[in-house]
Every structure is written in C-alpha cells, then in structure tokens.
Ligand binder design. Structure first.
Ligand SMILES: [Zn+2]
Length: 100
C-alpha cells in the first residue's frame, strides 16, 4: 500500500482505491492533507500492467478458439483483478515527477 511521503501515513486500500480512480495524479493525504502524486515508477508499472493483458487475451482467444462470450468473461475477470490489485502497486511522491 502507498505511504505518504510527507507524514509516513500508510494509506488504506479503500482510500487508495477511491483516490486512484478519480484519475488525477494529485491526491490529498487523508492524514496530513498534503498533496501527493503517483510516482513515475508506479505510473509506468500500472501502465504496463494495464496494457499487458490485452494482447494475451486476443492471442489466447484465437489460439484456443474461444467464443466471444468466454473471451469477454476472461477480459472482465482480468480487469477486475487489475483494479483490485492496483492500490498495492501505487507509490507516492511529494512532487509531480515527469513521466519519462
Ligand atoms: Zn500524509
């Protein structure tokens, strides 16, 4: 779980989930109210995790000749796993870091 770089407060899964899915890089710490940013490292990590499953789903549905319903179901399941585990990969930074 992310730790506030300002006050060392450990954000809960619920807090992180809510803040992360407001789709803003700026997130206020619930403890010290300081603005925190998703670190570049964690943004890259979540980008890779987010993009990685799509080609695998498409490829395996072609190889295994899965029907569309099964493919969609698998895609939804993977998306749910990514969504649920996303707060675990988030790291915070005091300053907005450039993406690259
Ligand atoms: Zn804090």
């Amino acid at each position: 779980m992310p730790i506030c770089q300002s006050c060392d407060h450990h954000w809960s899964w619920k807090t992180t989930f809510k803040k992360a899915f407001s789709f803003k890089r700026r997130m206020k710490c619930p403890n010290c109210k300081e603005v925190q940013y998703a670190s570049t490292k964690s943004m890259r990590k979540s980008g890779i995790i987010g993009l990685f499953p799509a080609p695998i789903i498409i490829f395996s549905s072609m190889v295994l000749k899965l029907n569309l319903g099964v493919t969609i179901l698998v895609a939804i399941l993977i998306l749910m796993v990514i969504t649920i585990t996303y707060p675990n990969t988030l790291e915070l930074s005091n300053e907005e870091e450039p993406l690259w």
